[in-house]
Write a protein that binds this ligand. Structure first.
Ligand SMILES: Cc1cc2nc3c(=O)[nH]c(=O)nc-3n(C[C@H](O)[C@H](O)[C@H](O)COP(=O)(O)OP(=O)(O)OC[C@H]3O[C@@H](n4cnc5c(N)ncnc54)[C@H](O)[C@@H]3O)c2cc1C
Length: 407
């Protein structure tokens, strides 16, 4: 820990030690930079504690990055491979089935508890050598032609060439830099919990579009599944007030009996859903990464996967610029980062936003068209393969941390 020092200097300061921040710090250290990782919540609070109910699906492409960053080995014993994904629309007879064998013999992704990811990333940070954790909150940022300065709430100060804001959807640094965000309130709540069932899930994930919103069944290790159940906020409030057994009945009614009787084992959490996409991904000596750049609807389980790709591309671009003698905060480096991340970010923002709106429409002709659309996509092999590659995080130009090439 560096607290207490009046001023310390680094190549790069990553602000926010959540999953995106730790990933960015590891990628940037691998690119050869000395990195401060600034997080206001003490590590012990973030890492300790029992399962809090939050899980993530990590795509095949993200796994390749985490492997290169030395974080995957601690995740994989606790991760459930996703072998199939089944997408269905209410009572419609049409559905879409993604089978991992259509693209090779490896899983499409994995699902694990977020605490497993956080612990694995934290251990990798400990081994990385060039990442220096700082426990403090950033209260002010100043950037000029020479450097960026961060004032911390313990009265110390950090100076660096580049600040990487990984400080979440509400990003205080984005606000300090005067970067606006496009916001949308979905007026929906995700109800998150875990169930145990008697029959095995066989690694199959289900995304069901129900009247209230998407209902995801995500397979976890053991005969367990995580549920992300989206409802309009007023309905969700009522659901959250139910006693345990009525809640379990409502859940089982939506889940069905295909995995046998259910036991609600996890805590029940709720998360208000909104969109916040930064108008610009960069500012003067500032790059936005993860939810600070784009907090999206969890309908496709892709938010952190997008943050992993931000981190991988930023490290690659800065390594390329360093070989040409350009520092990490140079305008050329930041412009290259913004250019490389534009398409991927906006594709996913439009896809998640559009899907949520499309499946919220209740008129019978739209419902019929949706069902036919699912069936059509399922029957068009090239389109289906493209969508699968997208879900697996391996569509388009891949960062070198994914392809195995030197950074
Ligand atoms: C219901 C739900 C399900 C999801 N499922 C998936 C999924 O299956 N797959 C997937 O890829 N994504 C998923 N996501 C998205 C994913 O959880 C987020 O994209 C990811 O957690 C964002 O991480 P982050 O590090 O960018 O931000 P955060 O986790 O918000 O971390 C920000 C950090 O910055 C710190 N911080 C903030 N301000 C300061 C400051 N001034 N100084 C110091 N530190 C500061 C905070 O303390 C915090 O630790 C889901 C999201 C939801 C809501």
């Amino acid at each position: 820990m560096l607290n207490g020092a009046m001023e310390s200097r680094f190549d790069i300061c990553v602000v926010g030690g959540g999953m995106s921040g730790m990933t960015a710090a590891l990628a940037l250290a691998q690119a050869g930079f000395e990195v401060a990782l600034v997080e206001r919540i003490p590590r012990r609070t973030i890492l300790e504690g029992s399962f809090d109910g939050r899980v993530s699906s990590i795509s095949w492409g993200s796994k390749l990055v985490l492997e290169r960053l030395d974080a995957w080995q601690d995740v994989v014993p606790h991760a459930q491979p996703i072998l199939d994904i089944r997408v269905s629309d209410r009572q419609s007879p049409f559905f879409l089935h993604y089978d991992h064998r259509d693209l090779g013999d490896h899983p499409m992704g994995w699902i694990m508890e977020n605490r497993v990811l956080r612990q694995a990333l934290d251990s990798a940070v400990g081994r990385a050598g060039r990442v220096h954790p700082v426990c403090a909150g950033v209260v002010a940022m100043e950037c000029d032609d020479a450097s960026a300065t961060l004032d911390l709430d313990d009265d110390s100060r950090l100076r660096c060439n580049l600040v990487v804001a990984c400080d979440g959807a509400g990003s205080p640094l984005r606000t300090m830099a005067g970067i606006d965000a496009w916001r949308h309130d979905y007026r929906q709540t995700a109800i998150i919990t875990t169930v145990r069932h008697t029959r095995p899930h066989d690694g199959i994930a289900h995304e069901r579009f129900l009247a209230g919103g998407p209902f995801a069944i995500l397979p976890l290790p053991g005969d367990r599944s995580s549920i992300v159940w989206t409802e309009d906020e007023d309905v969700a409030r009522r659901v959250l007030e139910l006693d345990h057994s009525t809640f379990a009945e409502e859940l089982a009614w939506r889940f069905g009996d295909f995995l046998g009787p259910l036991d609600v084992t996890g805590p029940v959490l709720d998360h208000h859903l909104s969109l916040a996409v930064a108008n610009r991904l960069t500012g003067n000596r500032l790059a936005l990464v993860g939810d600070a750049a784009h907090a999206i609807h969890p309908i496709a389980g892709q938010g952190f996967n997008l943050g992993i790709r931000d981190a991988a591309v930023l490290a690659e671009v800065l390594a390329d610029m360093a070989r040409l003698g350009l520092g990490p905060g140079s305008g050329a480096a930041l412009a290259a980062y913004a250019r490389r991340r534009r398409v991927d970010t906006w594709m996913l923002v439009s896809m998640t936003h559009g899907l949520n709106r499309l499946f919220a429409m209740r008129s019978p002709p739209v419902a019929l068209a949706r069902g036919l659309g699912l069936a059509l996509v399922g029957s068009m092999k090239p389109v289906k393969r493209l969508l699968m590659k997208d879900a697996m995080g391996v569509a388009g130009r891949l960062p070198r941390l994914m392809t195995g090439e030197r950074l």
